[in-house]
Design a protein around this ligand. Structure first.
Ligand code: ZN
Length: 291
């Protein structure tokens, strides 16, 4: 049996086909251009596989996930104007005629990390996954289920206490200015310092500011969800920053409640090379074809 995965990001699409053991058999990637061209290309890739039993699509958002909504399967009011109001699931169900699961990129990554934790026999039941890159997003899995209510979570747009040395920076979120994404996403480095993120030296004080905000994000998850593990992926995250987040978190928590050992609690992804979403998609595709 073959399972399909689409990870749709703002800059690139990654399509993969895997087997029941979630091993990648074939993979391709191409830039995200206009919707019709990009979706046609993805569809063509999957049409090569006669045994494809199900597909899971993990998309940038916001997306409509409520099945009884007429816009189910659509990308809704994204800042990527060409993609606003795009039917994503429709073309695939028409052409491939297989069950399709539709979720956000971070939900699929969270699910992939959860599935990996079970494969590695870690004793965990719940997990939060953040990506910190061009934007910030987060997803959670609790007792094997993806957390969502009337829509998917928007964990990148929570509000924070400002760092005392960062009070002059207005933030870059077009909706809230200084929400989490507005304060820590990749483009904030250039906006704050005039230096692009990858060129900022390891010992620059801005890392303490970023860590302070991301530690608050962990505090919020800890207090609301009490997860076993908070995972940070995405281009902004590095080992050095992770250690700073753990330290800041410990200070902010102030021993109020017991959490797992910090090196197991606040981690980088188990699955290397940004593979969390693909694995998550395979597992979700497997699930949707049995339902
Ligand atoms: Zn925001």
């Amino acid at each position: 049996m073959l399972l399909g995965s689409i990870e749709a990001g703002g800059t690139k699409f990654i399509c993969a086909v895997g087997d029941e053991d979630y091993r990648v058999i074939k993979r391709t990637q191409f830039p995200t251009s206009d919707p019709k061209k990009t979706l046609d290309k993805a569809c063509k890739f999957f049409l090569q596989f006669k045994d494809l039993k199900a597909l899971s699509i993990a998309s940038f958002g916001p997306i409509q996930i409520q099945k009884n909504n007429p816009k189910y399967g659509f990308i809704t009011n994204t800042p990527k104007l060409k993609w606003q109001n795009t039917d994503f699931v429709g073309p695939f169900s028409k052409k491939l005629k297989i069950p399709i699961y539709f979720t956000t990129d971070v939900n699929a990554s969270a699910y992939g990390e959860y599935v990996a934790s079970q494969l590695y026999n870690e004793k965990i039941n719940s997990l939060v996954y953040y990506t910190v890159g061009t934007g910030v997003g987060g997803g959670a899995v609790i007792h094997g289920k993806i957390l969502q209510g009337i829509g998917h979570p928007e964990m990148g747009h929570t509000f924070l206490k400002r760092h005392p040395d960062d009070k002059d920076f207005p933030g870059i979120c077009p909706y809230h200015h200084d929400c989490l994404e507005g304060l820590v996403s990749g483009p904030t480095f250039d906006k704050r310092l005039g230096i692009p993120g990858p060129k900022v030296p390891k010992d620059h004080p801005v890392w303490d500011i970023i860590a302070y905000y991301l530690a608050q994000a962990v505090i919020q998850q800890t207090m609301i969800i009490r997860p076993d593990n908070v995972v940070f992926g995405g281009g902004v995250i590095n080992r050095n920053l992770l250690l700073k987040i753990q330290k800041e978190f410990s200070k902010l928590l102030n021993s109020y409640i017991k959490v797992p050992d910090l090196e197991k609690y606040i981690t980088m992804p188990r699955i290397k090379d940004n593979g969390s979403a693909t694995l998550g998609n395979f597992a979700l595709a497997y699930r949707v074809q049995t339902e």
